[in-house]
Write a protein that binds this ligand. Structure first.
Ligand code: PMM
Length: 278
């Protein structure tokens, strides 16, 4: 039986000049490898390598540019570390090349909606597939945050994409779902969704959550000026929220600062172990 207090830790490695919290830091493959080693030493079981920023308003990169950023990094990590690599991409061509270079998970925040070739590519590849809830690209996602019942609609839209993926020949045991916090959701909708994450269990699939450093956490710390909330403060908020969400039996959590979340998980686990010995 899997231990629900021990979700997989997916450490974020954004190889981009413009990602919200770590943009520009890991463009050099040697520097990226150093970060991956650190995330691994802190307890990450997966490194999620991404080459396209999805922050609100971000401009899209070409698949060629995306691949030029991430493939050297994936190859460097595969050669040096024994850790599972995930590729954060919405492009089928990039997914194919990344898996060939050593990635074992394709993390597609668009859940197959951005690239019509994605499901065919995944069907062909030997990898897990993270299917995220998404409604549109960063330049227009804020206007797409219209829901009458966010949790119900997220579950229904995920179910639709899962059905399409399965119809394309991807077996269910390869699929992980993600509620897509921050993607076409405003602050209130993100909290509503976090509060009702148990409803995702209806899908009968493992769940990955990516709350790390996101605006709704910063808003809880400073409603007047969320943008001013520092990354260390956002990391504490991420760790606390993760600890609270462990009751949801998550498959994994995607975080920038692995150490703080790993520590939070260790504390919850210790308390649970103590309670079980009483
Ligand atoms: N969020 C971002 C990028 N990739 N992948 C998954 N599966 N889930 C997420 O919530 C998610 C993601 C955006 O965050 P970043 O630009 O700060 O890394």
């Amino acid at each position: 039986m899997t231990d629900w207090t021990r979700p997989l830790l997916m450490g974020v490695l954004n190889v981009t000049p413009d990602s919200f919290s770590d943009g520009g830091q890991f463009l050099d493959p040697a520097r990226a490898l150093e970060q991956a080693s650190m995330l691994s030493a802190q307890g990450a079981q997966i490194i999620d390598v991404g080459g396209e920023s999805t922050r609100p308003g971000a401009v899209r990169v070409t698949p060629a540019e995306e691949q030029a950023r991430i493939l050297p990094v994936i190859k460097a990590i595969t050669g040096e570390l024994s850790i599972t690599i995930s590729v954060d991409t919405m492009n089928a061509a990039t997914a194919r090349k990344a898996v060939k270079a050593g990635a074992k998970i394709v993390n597609d925040i668009s859940g197959g909606l951005s690239d019509p070739q994605m499901f065919a590519a995944i069907q062909d590849l030997d990898c897990k597939y993270v299917l995220g809830h998404w409604r549109g690209h960063a330049d227009k996602m804020e206007s797409m945050a219209q829901y009458s019942d966010v949790a119900r609609e997220v579950v229904a839209e995920l179910a639709e994409q899962v059905a399409m993926a399965v119809a394309s020949g991807i077996s269910r045991d390869r699929i992980v779902v993600d509620p897509g916090l921050g993607f076409a959701k405003d602050i209130y909708q993100n909290w509503d969704l976090v509060n009702r994450l148990d409803e995702l269990e209806q899908l009968g699939l493992p769940v990955l959550v990516g709350a790390s450093r996101k605006g709704f956490l910063a808003h809880a710390l400073s409603a007047q000026d969320p943008a001013s909330v520092s990354m260390p403060r956002r990391d504490v908020a991420t760790a606390v929220l993760t600890a609270l969400l462990l009751q949801r039996k998550l498959w994994g959590v995607r975080v920038h600062d692995v150490q703080s979340t790993s520590d939070a998980i260790a504390i919850v686990s210790s308390l649970k172990n103590f309670q079980e010995t009483k």
